[in-house]
Design a protein around this ligand. Structure first.
Ligand SMILES: Nc1ncnc2c1ncn2[C@@H]1O[C@H](COP(=O)(O)OP(=O)(O)O)[C@@H](O)[C@H]1O
Ligand SMILES: [Mg+2]
Length: 231
C-alpha cells in the first residue's frame, strides 16, 4: 500500500538519501534500522513532504503522493508520531486527546483509555507533568484518534525504562492487530524482534540489508546487525 521507489532526498546541498526503495504492505509492521544519522527520520519525513527536495516516486494506495503538501499527505491517513512526541504541555491529557478526536474515526476516547489505562489514570494531569513513557503513550493515542491508515513511529522506545518499553511494545502489537500497518524506526532491537514482519537496515542514506522476520536471526543478518547497528 505504501511504495517508495528510488527516492533521493536533499537538505540544501546535502544529499541524504540515496536511491531508497521499499514498501509497507497491508497489515505489516516494517522496521527501519540504523545508527544515529543514518537517515531514518529523513526517510519518514521525505514520505510526509517535510524534506525540501525529494526525487523519485512515493505512492500510497496506488496514488502518487510525492510533491503534495504535508497536510494533504496527512489527510490521506499517513500519520507520524515524531521523535519529540509533540504533545501540548499546558493542556491536560484529556484535553490533548479531545483535540485529536475526529468524526468518523473508529477510535474514540473510551477505546483509548481501554488501550492505555495509564492515560485514564492521568487524564487530569498536564501534558508537561507526564513521564517520558506516558508522553509517548499520549502521542500514540492522539495518532490513533486521527484514524490513521498507516502509522509511522520514530524511535518510540527512546529514553524509556525497560518496563515502559514493554508496555509500548504491547500497545504497538494491539495497534497492529487492529489492522493498521506500521513503519517503525527503532534502535532497540528487542522491540523490533518481537513485533516486525520485515526489516530494512540503513547506513549513510542507503539500504545495506533487508530481510524477513524469519531471516532476522540468520548468520548473515547477525553479521549485518553487528556491522551496522549498535548491538
Ligand atoms: N533539517 C535538516 N537539515 C539538514 N540536515 C539534516 C536535517 N535533518 C537531518 N539532517 C542530516 O541528515 C542525516 C540523517 O539524519 P536523520 O534522518 O535525522 O538520521 P536518523 O533519524 O537515522 O538518526 C544526518 O547527517 C543529519 O545531520
Ligand atoms: Mg531520527
Amino acid at each position: 500500500m505504501l511504495v517508495v521507489s528510488h527516492i533521493n532526498s536533499y537538505y540544501d546541498k546535502s544529499h541524504i538519501l540515496h536511491d531508497l526503495s521499499f514498501c509497507v504492505k497491508q497489515g505489516e509492521l516494517v522496521t527501519l534500522l540504523g545508527r544515529n544519522g543514518a537517515g531514518k527520520s529523513t526517510t519518514l519525513h521525505s514520505i510526509l513532504g517535510l524534506v525540501p527536495r525529494v526525487d523519485g516516486d512515493i505512492s500510497f494506495n496506488g496514488n502518487s503522493i510525492l510533491g503534495l503538501h504535508t497536510h494533504e499527505i496527512a489527510s490521506k491517513g499517513i500519520c507520524l508520531i515524531p521523535e519529540q512526541r509533540d504533545i501540548f504541555q499546558i493542556l491536560t491529557v484529556e484535553e490533548n486527546l479531545q483535540l485529536s478526536v475526529k468524526k468518523g474515526s473508529p477510535w474514540e476516547i473510551k477505546d483509548i483509555y481501554r488501550l492505555f489505562p495509564r492515560l485514564e489514570e492521568r487524564k487530569k494531569n498536564g501534558g508537561g507533568q507526564l513521564s517520558g513513557g506516558e508522553q509517548q503513550m499520549l502521542a500514540m493515542a492522539r495518532a490513533l484518534l486521527n484514524n490513521p491508515k498507516i502509522l509511522f513511529c520514530d524511535e518510540p522506545s527512546e529514553g524509556l525504562a525497560p518496563v515502559i518499553v514493554k508496555e509500548i511494545v504491547d500497545i504497538l502489537r494491539e495497534i497492529k492487530k487492529s489492522g493498521i500497518p506500521i513503519l517503525l524506526v527503532e534502535q532497540n532491537l528487542r522491540v523490533c524482534e518481537v513485533l516486525a514482519d520485515r526489516h530494512y537496515i540503513l547506513e549513510q542514506g542507503q539500504f545495506v540489508y533487508e530481510c524477513s522476520q524469519a531471516d532476522f536471526f540468520s548468520e548473515e543478518a547477525e553479521k549485518m546487525k553487528t556491522k551496522y547497528l549498535e548491538v
